[in-house]
Design a protein around this ligand. Structure first.
Ligand code: COA
Ligand code: AMP
Length: 633
């Protein structure tokens, strides 16, 4: 079926469309209803259905005689390790680790936090939770103790799983001290902490609370999969919101499994048995969907890469992996290729490898800038496909549905709307806008299966964050426009969320830290354009009267406290002292205008601005301090 017909059918007959898609996965009990509403008046997919996500990812393949096929390829240039796991290997490892969790008292509905790097044990742990019907919440290793503590208090896990450390190129990052500090800070008390010791960094265990992973494993009995309801949660993944409190995005089992299968075939155009590689991290949604669940459920070997696009050992690593594992579909963030291009502008390292296995390169996490798109296309000689999605959706909402036949690519656009999503552009009053007019990107509610049904134990925030701004629509937080041919152009966040090296971060969270400095009267953190990372946060602060501390000292202290409170992933490296901040007469800081000044974009100051001359002052300071896009006019 061609894209247009497929898309129209998905919107005109959503129930039969999603019933058909649900048939592609193996249910223990097929759902009674396809779409219904819960007690909070929120839509739910596949009520009455029963399944197990771990069964779909592993057991079904073994039962079908595919036990000897490769399921997971671990490639770790930072530890010089390579290992392949078949579905049979994965079954043994996962069932045994599920036995460990069961022994620790984990049952269906319990929560487990996973704070681990890109190692196979992380995947076993996620799948083991799914096997027992427990809910996992993976926390990205680049977040500091305070962020972990917030998540512990919100998710209220019984058990926390941690590795002794990770490797950031050469730098060893010990994880256990971070976990210890988080457990100290959190109010919620855990029953147990299980530690996977890596050879290059040893963690200290606290008697009675901490357990050695391998020791528990050696005594564990394999545990079987437990049927769960389609509407039961599979995982919680925290993501940045517009306040200091991250949002716990909930993913259910049924809709997610259907969406994973559907997206692997219809969007990514993958064929069973072909190697799929998402060079991301299991701490992000891309890792959940396309390192772990999507490829495994669909039956594609998945690459688990513990390294960076550069320096591990060089900017040729991506190409080496494509050749070595015959990768067919590759997915990463544009920033990764900008990093490669910076190291090796002519792409000379690519010529050492044969990447002809590759069919498509998919890019997401931020808009694909046209120059990166051209560079990748010339180098890899495959279609380079930008596509748009969010932690909330769990899979692409705007893309090129290559499984239905590759559509013409329009540079600068994230593609056309994925079947099942009804995306519109609205103005600030919620009125629909015509083609080519920029506004807020909204999606008709209900969202299709696989998207968040709610926030973890916070229905009010779910409704206020996503559903109340535009009646009948989910508000994405992004701005954009749709052209007359249906291609969507995403122009960036219209809230205070920023994307740094493909990582979603909240400037509000950073502002909380900056404002906590005793010398600071007020501040604003703004995400400004950066050639490598897409955006970087920059802090602007006004000192309290009488403070004599040097600007450079305060800057150093702020950098350090953002790093130790939020984590190195915040990439907060600049803080500038200003005499005052631009504000409206009612006291609202004009962050968008500050960003526009830094990015050298045109803007219209609001008529409510307190004093327009502050804008010139800011422009002068930014120029002096070399802040702003490329630091030049
Ligand atoms: N554990 C501990 N620290 C981590 C970490 C982790 N899992 N991940 C990142 N960090 C640290 C980095 O070491 C860096 O520390 P530094 O300030 O001491 O240098 C800091 O957090 C910022 O990381 P990052 O923004 O990733 O910058 P980088 O310079 O290390 O790497 C790229 C830049 C572009 C190579 C890298 O960000 C990348 O490969 N991005 C791909 C994007 C991606 O995976 N996106 C996910 C969605 S697709
Ligand atoms: P995350 O939830 O971490 O996946 O981040 C989602 C946000 O990243 C979106 O709301 C967008 O702002 C941004 N984003 C992701 N993919 C794209 C893309 N292809 N083009 C533009 N922005 C993107």
């Amino acid at each position: 079926m061609n894209y247009q017909k497929h898309y129209e059918n998905s919107l005109s007959h959503p129930i039969s469309f999603w019933k058909e898609k649900a048939k592609a996965i193996d249910w223990f009990k097929f759902p009674d209803t396809i779409l219904s509403k819960d007690a909070d008046e929120l839509y739910r997919w596949y009520e009455g259905g029963e399944l197990n996500t771990c069964y779909l990812a592993i057991d079904q393949h073994v039962e079908a005689g595919r036990g000897d096929q490769v399921a997971l390829i671990y490639d770790s240039p930072v530890t010089n390790t390579k290992r392949k796991y078949t579905y049979q290997n994965l079954l043994e490892e996962t069932a045994k680790f599920a036995g460990v969790l069961k022994h620790l008292g984990i049952e269906k509905g319990d929560c487990v936090i996973i704070y681990m790097p890109m190692i196979p044990q992380t995947v076993f742990a996620m799948l083991a939770c799914a096997r027992l019907g427990a809910i996992h919440s993976v926390v990205f290793g680049g977040f500091a103790a305070h962020e972990l503590a917030i998540r512990i208090d919100d998710a209220k896990p019984k058990v926390l799983l941690v590795a002794s450390g990770g490797k950031e190129i050469e730098r060893i990052v010990p994880y256990k001290p971070i976990v210890d500090a988080a457990m100290e800070e959190a109010t919620h008390q855990l029953d147990a902490c299980v530690v996977y010791q890596r050879p290059f960094v040893k963690a200290t265990l606290q008697k009675g609370r901490d357990f050695d992973w391998e020791a528990l494993l050696s005594k564990a009995k394999p545990a079987n999969y437990v049927p769960v309801k389609a509407t039961d949660p599979l995982y919680i993944l925290y993501t940045s919101g517009t306040t200091g409190q991250p949002k716990g995005i909930v993913r259910d089992n049924g809709g997610h499994a259907v969406a994973m299968h559907y997206s692997m075939s219809d969007i990514y155009g993958a064929k069973k048995g072909e190697t799929f590689w998402a060079a991301s991290d299991v701490g992000w949604v891309v890792g959940h969907s396309y390192i772990v669940y999507g490829p495994l459920i669909y039956g594609c070997p998945s690459v688990l890469f513990e390294g960076k696009p550069i320096k591990t050992p060089d900017a040729g690593t991506f190409f080496r992996i494509i050749e070595e594992y015959q990768v067919k579909v590759f997915f990463t963030a544009p920033t990764a290729f900008r990093a490669i291009r910076k190291e090796d502008p002519k792409g000379k390292l690519k010529s050492k490898y044969n990447t002809s296995s590759l069919r498509y390169l998919f890019l997401a996490g931020e808009r694909t800038d046209i120059s990166t798109l051209h560079w990748c296309k010339a180098l890899l000689e495959v279609p380079v496909i930008d596509h748009w999605w969010q932690t909330e959706s769990g899979y692409p909402m705007i893309a090129n549905m290559t499984g239905l036949g590759l559509q013409p690519i329009k540079e600068g656009s994230a593609g056309r709307v994925v079947s099942g999503f009804d995306i519109r552009i609205v103005d600030e009053n919620g009125a629909l806008l015509p083609a080519n007019q920029e506004g807020a990107v909204v999606i008709k509610y209900p969202l299709p299966p696989g998207c968040l049904p709610n926030l973890w134990k916070d229905t009010d925030r779910f409704k206020s964050s996503y559903l109340s701004a535009y009646s009948g629509y989910y508000f994405s937080g992004d701005g954009g426009y749709i052209d007359e041919a249906g291609y969507v152009f995403i122009t960036g966040r219209i809230d205070d969320i920023i994307n740094v090296a493909g990582h979603r971060l909240s400037t509000a969270e950073m502002e909380e830290v900056v404002a906590g400095h005793p010398a600071i009267a007020e501040c604003a953190v703004v995400g400004i354009a950066d050639e490598l990372k897409g955006q970087i946060p920059v802090g602007f602060f006004v000192l309290k009267a009488g403070v004599t501390q040097l600007e450079s000292t305060i800057e150093k202290e702020l950098i350090q406290s953002v790093r130790t409170t939020i984590g190195p992933v915040a990439a907060f490296k600049r803080a500038i002292q200003v005499a005052r901040l631009p504000k409206t007469r009612s006291g609202k800081i004009l962050r968008k205008i500050m960003r526009a000044i830094a990015d050298k974009k045109t803007f219209n100051p609001p008529s409510t601005i307190e004093d327009i001359t502050v804008l010139d002052e800011l422009a002068i300071i930014m120029k002096e301090k070399n802040i702003g896009y490329l630091g030049i006019d």
